[in-house]
Design a protein around this ligand. Structure first.
Ligand code: PLP
Length: 378
């Protein structure tokens, strides 16, 4: 190591010391978010890489924006977006909050209802990672009730947390298992936590299993919150736009902690377009195509040697188990295809998740997986 390099390293370390003394302990313990796309870093020009790792839609829409209003601050809750989503979800505008992705909805609930260092949330793993990450960011505790072997809720266990948590996060359809929670189980949890906790049902993938949406329960249960997003079926992950559906009273509480201008004007313009009838038609036809692709890919994978399908078909991804997941991931990355390793999740050892892409991308992926298992040396 050159002297110059050594000096720079020690300078960085000194900086890190005063900084970690100043920063909060629980913040020092966190790691910044890193996109899985970094796996491709250094692989040269990014041509031909296929991302089937983040449950994004492969079908981008086309939108134009009107820049003539960009000199003004936007509305906190743009009317056209609120009205558009309320109509789509068959709810009242007062029950609808628009946020910077569903992820901001998760954060607002934790900030509004959980006292740092004192309160906890309940999550039901294996599930979406942001509930725990958001809680940790605000120094809020995370309790876990592991799903049953068939990925249904362990109701008896969940009920032991009444009085011990301020919010219960249920993901349905669940990421990464693709399983939905029955209305009966949601109602049991709602009844048990009445006056005790907010019950959050994350419906990020509900368009892929619309029959199991829980919005009808909002009428009866004032402590129910439903999370939605334009990032998945609506093919607008880059927009960062989500919705929190709840009683008017909860919406008012969350409005107290949301940023003054959370929805940039171009985002509002695109979101309201996506919620008009043409946008909804595109979304529904995309969903039909992706569901057909999912079922075909799932069936094809079943026939391949070491692969065992895990979970259900209620979202836009397939989860499977293979003893050779590390080698398969490396082989796919080498061939410019990225899927998602879920093997660190509780009860998902050796599991990988494929987000459904275009028919062409799915075929390419399937051919690669077949080639991998056909060649015993891989
Ligand atoms: C993708 C996803 C979200 C986040 O959606 P954004 O609107 O992009 O923040 C929320 N919940 C689940 C279960 C997801 O998979």
């Amino acid at each position: 190591m050159s002297t110059e390099h050594k000096n720079r390293v020690s300078e960085i370390n000194t900086t890190a010391n005063w900084l970690s003394d100043l920063a909060l302990d629980h913040v020092n313990a966190l790691t910044p978010y890193e996109s899985a796309r970094r796996l491709f870093a250094g692989s040269g020009a990014d041509t031909g890489q296929v991302w089937l790792n983040a449950n994004e839609s492969p079908f981008a829409g086309e939108y134009a924006v009107d820049s003539s209003v960009f000199n003004r601050y936007p509305d906190c809750q743009p009317d056209s977006v609120i009205k558009g989503y309320a109509k789509y979800a068959n709810l009242k505008a007062a029950q609808t909050l628009v946020t910077r992705g569903a992820d901001e909805g998760i954060e607002l609930i934790i900030r509004a209802f959980c006292e740092p260092r004192k309160d906890s949330i309940l999550i039901c793993p294996p599930t979406y990672g942001m509930y725990a990450i958001s809680a940790q960011t605000f120094n809020v505790g995370v309790q876990k009730s592991v799903l049953n072997d068939d990925f249904t809720l362990n109701i008896a266990d969940i009920l032991t947390y009444v009085g011990k948590v301020k919010a219960v996060f249920i993901c349905s359809p669940n990421n990464p298992t693709g399983t939905s929670v029955s209305k009966q189980d949601i109602v049991t949890v709602l009844e048990a936590f009445k006056d005790q906790a907010i019950v959050v049902v994350d419906e990020a993938y509900i368009e892929f299993d619309i029959a199991q949406n829980q919005t009808d329960l909002l009428e009866q249960y004032e402590h129910l919150v439903i999370l939605r997003t334009l990032s998945k079926a609506f093919a607008l992950a880059g927009l960062r736009c989500g919705f929190t559906l709840a009683s008017a009273a909860i919406v008012q509480t969350l409005l107290k902690v949301i940023a003054p201008y959370p929805i940039p004007a171009p985002v509002a313009q695109v979101a309201s377009k996506a919620l008009e009838s043409d946008g909804l038609l595109k979304m529904h036809s995309d969903v039909d195509l992706l569901k057909a692709e999912l079922i075909a890919l799932r069936e094809a994978l079943t026939d391949i040697g070491d692969i065992q399908i895990v979970g259900n078909i209620n979202a836009n991804f397939v989860l499977f188990r293979t003893q050779r997941k590390t080698q398969l991931m490396a082989f796919l990355v080498k061939n410019k295809m990225l899927i998602r390793d879920q093997s660190k999740q509780i009860n998902l050892n050796n599991c990988l998740r494929i987000s459904i892409g275009t028919p062409e991308q799915n075929n390419t992926l399937l051919a690669l997986i077949k080639a991998f298992f056909a060649d015993g040396n891989q």
